[in-house]
Design a protein around this ligand. Structure first.
Ligand code: ZN
Length: 156
């Protein structure tokens, strides 16, 4: 188990701000996209809904569910970063974030759209919590893959 000092270090102020922010919380009624994800190790659970805009990009994205500070803050950061993006750009942001979390890339190499995600860098030192940070991003990517990018783009 982590000590108090390490946990304080982990829950940086930026993360707490995102955790407390309700900006992208909730569920979109009659959404174009729905995906459900769980991280049984920690008990995090998420439902992600999206509404496409006229051009087939992600017009709106919301997350609902419950979980630890890291999973909720990461969901808020993900929603902020992906809203307004095309499916292709969203998936490349997910890939860049995961490369950082899995220590394949330095935080400095993250694209500008993921500036806020740098606050999650400290989580890399706690291997059991990495899945808390990646849950939202994996849930979106898996949902898009299952539904099919073309279908999301054209609507149905
Ligand atoms: Zn968690």
């Amino acid at each position: 188990m982590e000590g108090d000092a390490e946990l304080r270090d982990l829950y940086q102020e930026a993360l707490l701000d995102y955790y407390q922010s309700g900006a992208h919380k909730g569920k979109i009624p009659a959404s174009d996209f729905y995906s459900h994800g769980i991280n049984p190790v920690c008990g995090d659970e998420l439902e992600i809904t999206m509404k496409k805009d006229g051009a087939g990009a992600i017009g709106q994205i919301r997350y609902a569910g419950h979980g630890c500070v890291i999973s909720q803050a990461s969901s808020a950061i993900m929603a902020e970063a992906l809203e307004g993006k095309s499916v292709k750009d969203a998936l490349s942001l997910v890939a860049a974030f995961k490369d950082m979390m899995l220590s394949k890339a330095a935080p400095e190499s993250l694209p500008g759209d993921l500036e806020a995600a740098k606050a999650l860098e400290g989580v890399r030192r706690f291997p059991t919590r990495i899945k808390c940070a990646t849950l939202a991003w994996n849930t979106v990517a898996q949902g898009l893959a299952a539904r099919g990018q073309a279908e999301f783009k054209e609507g149905s």
